[in-house]
Design a protein around this ligand. Structure first.
Ligand SMILES: Cc1cc2nc3c(=O)[nH]c(=O)nc-3n(C[C@H](O)[C@H](O)[C@H](O)COP(=O)(O)OP(=O)(O)OC[C@H]3O[C@@H](n4cnc5c(N)ncnc54)[C@H](O)[C@@H]3O)c2cc1C
Length: 471
């Protein structure tokens, strides 16, 4: 029987393992941490009984993923819950802008028909488009016209898209979406993640996983075990020589793969992997709140995700600063109120609130006050409702998960080069040029997010190689 070892039980490692197990391969997943899941874990970070997502919180990519949605994960405990409003963006004057329903509804609320003109076509073709967009960049799309519509928007700098929008509110809403790519707004491809998040928000929503994001990885592991796969935790791989299987799959950052395989890797791959650049970091502040956050803008009370940062110009400035390695006075802050859609996360009137700021890679300062100040700016009185707090600075993220080098939660900087050629300049990005060895982490296409598509593509490569060897 063909055997495989997958190193790392993040969503991509588990997706690779499942794809291989579905093809009849005997799979063993080895996870360094005491819990599976990588970026999809949850814990009572602030208080017993409260469920906080440690990393990923909102799952437009999870619900849209062609691979995850093909799996019977509901039968293994995964349920999605949708907040009334996917995402909202409060402004200083007490107004705000929100991603609600389809592009038509949002455009009407924004009083900006250009929102619908820009994003309507990709919302309408979302189901077909997603298979192309969540694939490797360098290949022929199945629907070139739809892919082209998406590509034209994705390729533009965020600052160029902002010029096409008609008012400050829609530009601010777009800025919050664009900031997810963590890249200066005047550079090409800085609209890429925004285009996808907006289209997904309008087409399928931004759900949370009922009971916490760890339900995603738990359901995947449960399905894997039902297919005969094995998962071991607290089982770090420190020496590649201990790995003995026909297929060896790394759900790791390129630098870690280079260290493990060292001179067994072809020099070109090893050089790319050791030179792989990591991007800005997350500085996370989880709060236990008495009641709700007192948002001034009413939509905040119904929004699963909020973007705190003010105007387009202000967020553009904050993102430029963190990308240049400088800490802005007012960082861009993302907030998650998963409990609104999923009340099982709260206890005794105390609710868990998830937030993190973009800060420079390896930032060692204290950003907690800056994060709380952004809350107070749009929800005066927030501090008075905080009954417990848990802070995760960049160094703790790296200790928690070796893939988050310097606190980089995307497993690699989104430079143009790394967005197109990831993780090295090879036509097949998943193979390592070493027989039977593959990389499947978010450093490979299509990149960060809980969609499992990197793992699925990597496993398909491994299976194709296996078939051609057997032929
Ligand atoms: C704060 C934060 C917020 C985020 N928010 C979102 C969000 O809302 N929505 C979204 O879609 N995505 C979000 N993401 C991104 C998402 O979590 C990641 O892109 C995704 O988890 C990447 O999956 P992966 O399988 O490639 O790697 P990971 O999830 O990083 O998993 C890698 C696994 O490998 C293990 N490992 C590392 N080294 C070894 C070793 N030597 N031996 C064995 N095991 C090892 C790690 O412990 C880990 O479990 C967020 C991430 C963070 C940190």
């Amino acid at each position: 029987m063909t055997t495989a070892v997958v190193v790392g039980a993040g969503p991509n490692g588990l997706a690779a393992a499942l794809t291989l197990a579905q093809a009849g391969v005997e799979v063993h997943v080895r996870e360094a941490h005491a819990q599976i899941g990588g970026g999809t874990r949850s814990a009572d970070l602030t208080r017993n009984g409260l469920i906080h997502d440690v990393c990923a919180a909102a799952h437009p990519f999870g619900i849209a993923s062609p691979y995850l949605s093909s799996l019977p994960l509901a039968a293994h405990g995964l349920g999605w819950a949708h907040p009334t409003i996917a995402a909202s963006h409060p402004l200083d004057d007490g107004s705000g802008a929100s991603l609600i329903g389809g592009t038509g509804t949002t455009a009407a609320a924004l009083q900006d028909p250009n929102w619908a003109r820009l994003f309507g076509p990709i919302e309408r073709s979302f189901d077909d488009l997603v298979a192309d967009v969540l694939g490797p960049v360098l290949r022929t799309p199945t629907s070139p016209v739809r892919f082209g519509q998406f590509g034209m928007r994705a390729a533009l700098p965020a600052s160029a898209i902002a010029k096409l929008l008609r008012n400050e509110s829609s530009r601010a809403l777009f800025a919050g979406m664009a900031a997810h790519v963590i890249r200066p707004f005047n550079q090409p491809l800085s609209s890429s993640v925004a285009a996808l998040l907006i289209a997904a928000g309008h087409a399928v929503g931004w759900p949370v996983a009922v009971g916490g994001s760890h339900q995603i990885s738990k359901a995947m592991a449960s399905l894997l075990e039902s297919l005969g796969g094995q998962v071991t935790t607290s089982d770090p791989v420190t020496d590649a020589a201990e790995l003995d299987a026909d297929i060896i799959m790394f759900d790791l950052a390129p630098g870690a793969v280079a260290r493990l395989l060292n001179d067994r890797l072809p020099p070109k791959v090893r050089n790319s992997f050791t030179r792989w650049k990591h991007g800005p970091a997350a500085y996370k502040v989880d709060l236990a709140i008495e009641g709700d956050i007192p948002w001034t803008h009413a939509d905040g009370h119904q929004a699963g995700t909020l973007h705190l940062g003010g105007s387009f110009a202000e967020i553009a400035h904050a993102e430029r600063e963190v990308c240049a390695g400088r800490m802005p006075a007012r960082p861009f802050v993302l907030v998650g109120q998963q409990y609104l859609a999923d009340p099982t996360r709260s206890a005794n009137g105390i609710n868990p609130v998830w937030s993190y700021a973009h800060v420079p890679n390896g930032y060692t300062g204290n950003a907690t006050t800056a994060v709380l100040d952004q809350f107070e700016r749009f929800a005066p009185g927030t501090r008075d409702r905080v009954v417990a707090m848990h802070v995760t600075p960049p160094a703790d993220f790296e200790r928690y998960n070796a893939n988050y080098v310097g606190g980089d939660i995307l497993t690699g900087a989104n430079t143009v080069g790394q967005l197109i050629w990831r993780p090295s300049r090879r036509m097949n990005p998943y193979g390592l040029g070493l027989e039977g060895h593959y990389i499947c982490s978010a450093a490979t296409p299509p990149g960060a997010g809980v969609h499992g598509m990197c793992g699925w593509h990597a496993a398909q490569t491994a299976l194709a190689d296996l078939n051609s060897t057997l032929r």
